[in-house]
Design a protein around this ligand. Sequence first.
Ligand code: 26W
Length: 823
Amino acid sequence: VVKGWQEGPVIDESTLKDDLTRHFYYTLGRDKVGESQHYLYHALALTIRDRLVARCRETNQQIKQEKRRKTAYLSLEFLMGRALGNAVLNLDLDEQVSSALQEYCTTIETIEDAEHDAGLGNGGLGRLAACFLDSCASLALPVIGYGLRYEYGMFNQSIKDGNQIEQPDNWLREGHPWELSAPEHAKRVKFGGYVQSYTDKFGREHRQWMGSQDVLAVPYDVPVPGYKNNIVNTLRLWKSEATDEFNLTEFNAGSYSEAVAQKNLAEQITMVLYPNDSSENGKELRLRQQYFLSSASIQDVVDQWLSQHGESFSDFADFHAFQLNDTHPSIAVAELMRILIDDYELDWNDAWQITTKTMAYTNHTLLPEALEKWSVSLFSKLLPRILEIVYEINARFLAQVAQQWPGDVEKQRALSLIEEGDEPQIRMAYLAIVGSYSVNGVAALHTELLKAGLFKEFYALWPDKFNNKTNGVTPRRWLAHCNPVLSELIGEKIGHDWVKNFSKISDLRRFYDDKSFHEQWQNAKRENKQRLVDLVKARCDIDFDVSMMFDVQVKRIHEYKRQLLNILHVIHLYDRIRRGDTQGLVPRCVLLGGKAAPGYYMAKKIIKLINNVAEVINKDPQAAPYLRVAFLPNYNVTAMEVICPATDLSEQVSTAGKEASGTGNMKFMMNGALTIGTLDGANIEIRDAVGADNFFLFGAQAHEIDDIKSRYNPEHLISQNSDLKNVMQLLESGHFNLFEPCLFDDITNAIKSPHDPWLVAHDFESYVAAQKEVDKAYADRTYWTQMSILNTAASGLFSSDRTISQYSEDIWHLEPLNISETD
Ligand code: 26W
């Protein structure tokens, strides 16, 4: 330990102003603020990072010294968004920062805008991982996140002529002040080569992975501060680099170009995040990413174990849990086996005991196209030793299946980790289930559907493995930080303890009938709506109006999420306006946003349709008093921080049984939006919590879907429903594509198809009816305000603190660290 540091952090809290100045003048070498606030942002980030680093060291020391049991959260995605505002909130530095920035004649809000989002995730799954890290640190739980440091995160989306354009997200270009690299802890990850047998001096047979081309995994640590508890956990992101031998061997062979090419191959691994959510495409580079993360992270945990506990693994499982965020890192099951057996000479049964006592798997989707399978031939080329281990796991597992269902060969075929066929495939979800002691879904319905459908045989084999952990979101980012006006008001009424203890939010119910509180609540919403008005004006050049209802659907574009149903309703409202049928119509601003996977044809068509419909409606003066429509480009975490506080109506309209949970639904609810939704995912639990009277329900239920599909006749439904007929006529007459004939044929044909899996035409009628109820309710300001208050008050369940407490209680069995609170 460096002399003078034994006592821990020497950061004097009163010197934030001096530190800022020092970083600005000396670390960065600036003397003028200039036009761009970038350097000031950077200096402030470094100032705050100093305070995080000090606490991070103390947190890690405690974990080590007290030999704490800990969890490694393995995820290919962490959608962190911005870090500055979150750190200022969690370290309680608001006042100090504001006063320091006064010297530079600026505010924290202005400086925050200079930060680029860390967009290392696609959507729900990646943002969930980020909320979980915040909750783990805030609950003082020893959890370390492991992920990849992609050079390019989620692409930037712009809209040209109504179409999505993807541009690379070079988020590291201006530097990333929140990370610290630790090259001394780099790991080697093997790819390629072959497997050889050898016999040791005791006559025992071993398998050895030889001739591999190794890639270096260099860790970059990002601090994760807990809320006012002085805990700072770590998110460790791996960057791929070429090993030194690459250069040596290839240079010696005189093949300079080959050496450089090999180096590129190594560095490609963490170059870019795959922008698909919910359909896997079997790319070799993606498998490389998955193994790279799994191997580096497990080596890291094992190396720390060795240095603290020596070479015996007998109680390794008492000190570790690995949580697999979907199947993406599920190869970790085989990798832990490989390390224990090949590197530390454990026998199979001991290694399997350890593995199946430490691995836990979370499933995030039921969509068949999202279930990962990797071809055996790709595995054998890239990861030959891992393939052998998967085969052995499978052989032993199938013996168990044969015992449970004697003579049932079909069962064995159905449950095998290897799917037979022309191109045999490894079923990664099955590997994850067989190798884990816990398998969980992310909302009550989702978990039930897993047990009754996708994984039913596994459920029959191991009922105790299966459990539900309904998702949640962090109330720090998704209320305290993003909605300061409402947070202040809530604090005045019930105190500020809710930020830490979110079940307290239910105390708001007491103000349900308080007229002056209603007014304050409405004023807060209006102020937040103005912020969104400004954003929509700046990004879309469309005029929203705070006096209108804000109706919002933002999420990845996918057919099952049914942005199409939403836009059909918009067209219906437009049709009513044109017919002069405006009786009872509440003026609305409809906002949609979200990215389409670059290869997802229908999702891109839907974006184009939304934009064309918006253009026609927005330039029609007859519509202007009633209806405005915008598609917000480049929806991301930071945009949501402006959107959810401003929303009146939250659209959660997926086909029942398809949305595993949803988490946007929770962010809107916390901020006082009402939900219009189907009985899907966590919507069901949201409705139960707030009461059926305070939720706008519509649509087919999950258990009815099969029956409806078996006799589905959308053309008949269209002919019977004049609203839908009019909407289809507008679409098919080319009203929204005057100069682009046939543009939306694929969309209208999909709606009319008896095989439409999303049942858009079926749910249209009940959706429109529910929207009418929305109008009625909104027209009564007091009634709506009461429902809004009740939604926030009932959102206590949907804090990720609750979710993480349950993970810890039921799966991880962690003890909270000792904390020194600052509040
Ligand atoms: C292999 C391609 C791929 C990539 C990502 C397949 C599947 C995914 C994710 C599982 C998609 C995802 O983000 N799922 C969402 O997870 C959220 C957090 O649990 C849920 O709230 C959403 O309902 C679910 O769609």
